[in-house]
Design a protein around this ligand. Structure first.
Ligand SMILES: Nc1nc2c(ncn2[C@@H]2O[C@H](COP(=O)(O)OP(=O)(O)OP(=O)(O)O)[C@@H](O)[C@H]2O)c(=O)[nH]1
Ligand SMILES: [Mg+2]
Length: 190
């Protein structure tokens, strides 16, 4: 005869959801991406994420835990990174493809995070860069973003990870699944 565990005990046996950490400058579209992936709907509100926001999302055959690091307080949150990246399955850096003025700052921030977490993240963890807002005319292409972030030099920085830049639009959802599938494949989750 089978046995059913009461609610207080069932939690012991729950699998930890693979964690995906999204980060980037403020207003790049992180919340919009998470909302689109979770509901299929376009996020219509424009509320800045203060601190950390966690969402559980069913994606293909698994449930993933998305951790968005709000962009506004990004420098204040650097010391928290060591805790956020425990059990991380993939990193997602979100760039606003239309924001040529702040692409240098995006590169600076990316380097800062990498320096902070280096040595604390397993080598198997890949990094997906979403070149978001690609729907806007004149947006930077994926290869332009790759060059401007100088991802090749990050590889030389003793950071032997897989990188991939995917153009995306969080409003229509274009590119979101392609990017995430790439990330999960690299994490051995697909
Ligand atoms: N055109 C266009 N606008 C977008 C896209 N993604 C997000 N936006 C808009 O960009 C603004 C900021 O989006 P959010 O998703 O709140 O950005 P965020 O990265 O979560 O911002 P923080 O929480 O402050 O770090 C909103 O007005 C969105 O509608 C996109 O792919 N294309
Ligand atoms: Mg947000």
């Amino acid at each position: 005869m089978g046995m059913t565990l009461g609610k207080p005990f069932s939690g012991f046996f729950q699998q930890i959801e693979p964690r995906i950490v999204l980060f980037g400058l403020d207003g790049t579209g992180k919340s919009s991406i998470v909302h689109k992936l979770k509901t299929g709907e376009t996020l219509t509100t424009n509320i800045r994420t203060i601190g950390l926001e966690v969402e559980s999302i069913k994606y293909r055959d698994s449930t993933l835990s998305f951790w968005e690091e709000g962009g506004q307080l990004r420098y204040k949150m650097i010391p928290l990174w060591k805790h956020c990246i425990q059990e991380v399955a993939g990193l997602v850096f979100v760039v606003d493809s239309t924001d040529r003025d702040r692409i240098e700052e995006a590169k600076y921030f990316l380097n800062m995070v990498i320096d902070e977490i280096q040595g604390n993240v397993p080598d198997s963890v890949a990094v997906l860069v979403y070149g978001n807002k690609h729907d806007v005319p004149g947006a930077m292409s994926a290869s332009e973003i790759t060059n401007k972030l100088d991802l090749a030099s990050l590889r030389n920085k003793n950071w032997q990870r897989n990188w991939h830049t995917q153009s995306s639009c969080a409003l229509s959802g274009e590119g979101l699944h392609e990017g995430l599938d790439w990330l999960l494949k690299n994490a051995g989750r697909m």
